[in-house]
Design a protein around this ligand. Structure first.
Ligand SMILES: NC(=O)c1ccc[n+]([C@@H]2O[C@H](COP(=O)([O-])OP(=O)(O)OC[C@H]3O[C@@H](n4cnc5c(N)ncnc54)[C@H](OP(=O)(O)O)[C@@H]3O)[C@@H](O)[C@H]2O)c1
Length: 314
């Protein structure tokens, strides 16, 4: 497997780290795409030792920055002739953050990191993915998108470039959910775009996973306390990393593209109804996603916004 290359963003903690270890243990050539090299070097050493696999590379990337993604891409194509698996695992969610923040290219930071960054990265690497016999892309989505079962919930398209910075109430949690919905819409669109090139693009609906100690360290005391309580019952990242591995390598998913897959590895379907008993099943179950994600106009809107931002910042 050492000729099979997998790139995992944010592979220095949590599910990304567990996935890097899983792939490395199976003998894959793993590229940890991370932003903090000091922390990540220690993790890279640990993964090499635990997996007994020397082919664990570490490359710098800040997924919130188009410039950094382009620098990563140049470095990657200089080093590797192809790419087999690309996992968009890194994400921005600063629990309790009330301040609206912008990326280097002046895009709201959650959208830059969780949606438009993965879009640019996939587009740039598409030629390299196409050289693989079985190229697969997986994006880490979340059950937070269930908030879109509420018919009033919409992506705030008018506030993704700082338009209302400091004047409209900012909720990092809402922006996180919106950006992950955007990631799902972009996943659907990229699956269509890359189908003829054999590149499969899917998303995984992650429910709840124990937060890593690295992530806990970033939290304010209040959120740290809440996360500590949740961590008592939340499962370890290893199980979700196993889902990454299965979706990206198994025969079961070799032909699937444009799907949202849940933590039980079932393909999630668009909801039939968002009223009454059906709505209760939507909210408490994990087998349906909001009709909002099927809206053609919304898919095209987020796609063209991403294209415009990428073009403008080239
Ligand atoms: N944990 C859960 O319960 C849960 C639930 C639903 C969905 N998810 C999703 O699952 C994925 C992994 O979650 P996790 O809990 O394992 O996360 P985590 O432990 O907090 O790890 C997130 C990783 O992303 C990296 N990252 C953040 N911003 C980045 C950027 N701009 N450029 C490069 N790397 C960046 C972080 O790097 P630094 O160390 O440098 O910050 C870290 O390595 C995320 O996409 C998350 O949204 C998680």
């Amino acid at each position: 497997m050492k000729d099979k290359v997998v790139v995992i963003t944010g592979a220095n903690s949590g599910i990304g780290k567990a996935a890097a270890l899983r792939f490395a243990t199976e003998g894959y050539h793993v590229v940890m795409a991370c932003r903090n090299m000091e922390i990540s070097e220690a993790v890279q050493r640990q993964i090499k030792t635990e997996s007994n696999n020397p082919h664990v590379d570490l490359m710098k990337i800040d997924v919130s920055s188009f410039e950094s993604i382009r620098a990563f891409y140049s470095a990657y194509i200089n080093k590797y002739p192809h790419l087999d698996i690309l996992i968009h695992n890194a994400a921005y969610l600063n629990h309790g953050e009330k301040e609206y923040k912008l990326s280097p290219e002046h895009i709201e930071i959650s959208f830059a990191t969780n949606a438009f960054g993965p879009m640019l990265m996939t587009q740039l690497l598409a030629d390299h993915l196409e050289r693989s016999l079985d190229p697969r892309v997986l994006a880490a989505c979340t059950t937070n998108i269930k908030n879109f079962f509420d018919p009033k919930r919409k992506i705030d398209f008018d506030n993704l470039r700082g338009e209302y910075q400091g004047t409209r109430r900012y909720s990092s949690y809402k922006m996180y959910g919106d950006s992950k919905m955007a990631l799902l819409l972009l996943t659907f669109k990229m699956a269509e775009q890359f189908k003829s090139r054999g590149i499969k693009v899917n998303a995984l609906q992650i429910n709840r996973i124990r937060l890593s100690k690295e992530t806990m360290r970033k939290l304010s005391p209040l959120w740290k306390g809440l996360a500590w309580l949740q961590n008592l019952t939340n499962p370890s990242p290893a199980g979700m990393a196993e889902n990454y591995y299965h979706i990206c390598t198994s025969d079961e998913f070799s032909q699937e593209t444009g799907c949202l897959i849940n933590h039980k590895r079932e393909i999630v379907q668009p909801s039939i109804s968002e009223k009454g008993f059906e709505q209760l099943k939507n909210i408490f179950g994990s087998s349906t996603y909001p009709q909002y994600a099927t809206d053609r106009q919304t898919i095209e809107k987020i796609w063209s916004m991403g294209e415009e931002l990428i073009r403008r910042n080239n």
